[in-house]
Design a protein around this ligand. Structure first.
Ligand code: 5GP
Ligand code: ZN
Length: 110
């Protein structure tokens, strides 16, 4: 996908620090964090949104969640708690139309 910003990040045409990179996904920090920890877990393959998921994507989707769990541990927010979120299409708040899982947390404990 020529003009997709996340494809450009994955191709390293836009500099971004990968906290994790595997064969099929990357993790980097959100440029406009909504919480102390706000990471994006992004498959390397360009899929527009959850609406475009197909049966053969099931293992990949599983690995997105496992990467989220791994990153929550590494960021030290696994026990305090966090949110995982997919925004789907404009009405669901999606702004970048390349599938990504938000990992959000790190709020102060009360
Ligand atoms: P969406 O609203 O599509 O679910 O989330 C897109 C997210 O990508 C937003 O939270 C936004 O801050 C983030 N974002 C947009 N452009 C960039 C970028 O160039 N680099 C990084 N690291 N994050 C971005
Ligand atoms: Zn893309």
């Amino acid at each position: 996908m020529e003009d997709c910003i996340f494809c450009k990040i994955i191709r390293r045409e836009i500099p971004s620090e990968f906290l994790l990179e595997t064969e099929d996904l990357v993790v980097f920090r959100d440029i406009n964090p909504q919480a102390p920890v706000h990471l994006l877990i992004v498959p390397k393959v360009h899929i527009r949104s959850i609406n475009e998921l197909e049966e053969n994507h099931a293992p990949l989707v599983g690995r997105l969640f496992l990467a989220a769990k791994e990153m929550a541990m590494r960021e030290g927010i696994n026990t305090s708690g966090y949110k995982l979120q997919f925004n789907v299409e404009k009405g669901g708040g999606q702004e970048v139309f390349h599938l990504h899982l938000h990992l959000i947390g790190g709020w102060k404990k009360r």
